[in-house]
Ligand binder design. Sequence first.
Ligand SMILES: Cc1ncc(C[n+]2csc(CCOP(=O)(O)OP(=O)(O)O)c2C)c(N)n1
Length: 604
Amino acid sequence: MVKLLSGNEALALGAYHAGVGVATSYPGTPSTEILEYMARFDDVYAEWSTNEKVAVEVALGAAYAGTRSLASMKHVGLNVASDPFMAAATTGVNAGMVIISADDPGIHSSQNEQDNRHYAKLAKVPMLEPTDSQEAYDLMAYAFDISERFDTPVLVRTTTRISHSKSVVKVNRSQVIPAKQRGFQHNVEKYVMLPVYARLRRPLIEERLVKLAAFAETFPLNQVQWGERYLGVVTTGVAYQYAREVFPKASFLKLSMTYPLPQNLIRHFVDQVDRIIVIEELDPFLQESIQAMGIKVTGKEFIPRLGELNVGIIGEASGTAQLLTKTSPRQSFDTLQKLPQRPPLLCPGCPHTGLFFVLSSIGQRAKSPKAKNKAPKELKLIITGDIGCYTLGAYHPLNAMDTCACMGASIGQALGMVKAGISNKVVAVIGDSTFLHSGITPLLNAVYNEGQITVIILDNRTTAMTGHQDHPGTGISAQGKETKAVELEHLVRGMGISDVKVVDAFNIKGIRSAVRNSLDSPELSVIIVRGDCSVHVPKRSEPRVVDTEKCNGCGICLMLGCPAIQRENEQVYIDTALCVGNACTICQQICPQQAIVPESKTRR
Ligand SMILES: Cc1ncc(C[n+]2csc(CCOP(=O)(O)OP(=O)(O)O)c2C)c(N)n1
């Protein structure tokens, strides 16, 4: 059977056909669709875990219990999950366990750029990297076999272009081959990592690595593809596809198992070509390992180590390094660069807009168009931020965020600022999914250490940023079943916080008075700003319009940054096709002239 699949879909289908019984994940671009696809299969247990650490722990428990398991996440998710990941590498697994890390070269949708291949080396576990959807599908069967044969978690690493590009996949199994049910066996030396037992596991890890290196020599998807011998290209992942286009005549060593490396195969290849180069995205991971074998090889001397590669970049870099006579692919690269820039914005009717407008005005932040991108001279209020749609509150004209580091960091940062003795009031803003992911422990920490901060949870009852996945606050599982919904206010009160307010995200007066009250409070306080994500508004009724007779052009409504509110030739107008109408109304609430009214009330 032949299917057109994205890399993520192929990974999920490959895992399903390999007999996965438990699949876990926390959403994050570019990995999200793996679990979404997996959740369609009724005979698999698929969950959105509260965070990636939990996802790996659940998958590890399933593997210990004898069921093949999969945990998928974006690159930074593996930072969160690194503790159980390292533990899994130490204990081994029993039934097969695969962890997928989807990296984001070029930082399309992340807080940083990192090359997670280093994690395989750090944990001393095997790593597989697909070069297209077919390999993504095929590699999953290998991954589970390797995991069981060598008693190790296996890291499968993809990047955005592999995860999101679609290509044809020959699906060689139409039914799931049931994996052997192994059951759990009591074995403290293997599963209880007291130092005395962990020490016993250490030499086993090194022995396993030696065996894996021998296995890599015969791994069928590590392939030498002979062309002309003037140039040998060692490559992996999507870079393989680009390099093939740039050097159609060269010889290739395509590596799909990139840790540990097949050293004999590499030497055999190197010995038969005149010049050897490595083409890989991000760090010189392969290049440095090959250099450490005493082989003269270049790559990162001319191929960029920042961001994504493409045919144009490799073509140009190779031309500069005199590896090509002409760089014809350059043209297509130019075309791409001419695309208009479309910076992300909070949507019309977003429940985050009102809160940031209030914080911005209370904090007296720079808001005039002239001051765009300039920090206000004196910050009355420091706003530590977090990751989600609401991070867009940092942009002009709201300018309502001072920090954003990684998921869950806002609350710890706010406490740190207060404990450092800063004289400003400090507010932490965090989304509901992010709070449940990694905001609970820092809030407990602030309770315990008596931090006088205001924490604002932006509860839009979804994980909007990554495509509206459910989470423990929504009471719907990844497979669409009704489950228990966690009440944020109960959770927060249960931590010992008594100043907890819940306000409507579309009531500006209510938000303003809650924020003012909390800022004056001598104790830690939490405000839950609640309102449905505008994408979930079922019916848009009564869009607002500007009554031009009343409007004096003060521009206050423009300070919301709502994409539906525009100004043309000094006249403000509302794009009624974008406005969500009665579901929002915050522009109407803040207009000092009462010039914003429901469309039906205008005199025409
Ligand atoms: C460790 C980590 N995991 C996942 C992500 C991807 N991600 C960014 S923000 C976010 C959650 C956003 O949801 P929420 O906090 O509810 O805010 P919203 O987008 O709904 O406003 C996720 C999953 C990430 N950046 N870092």
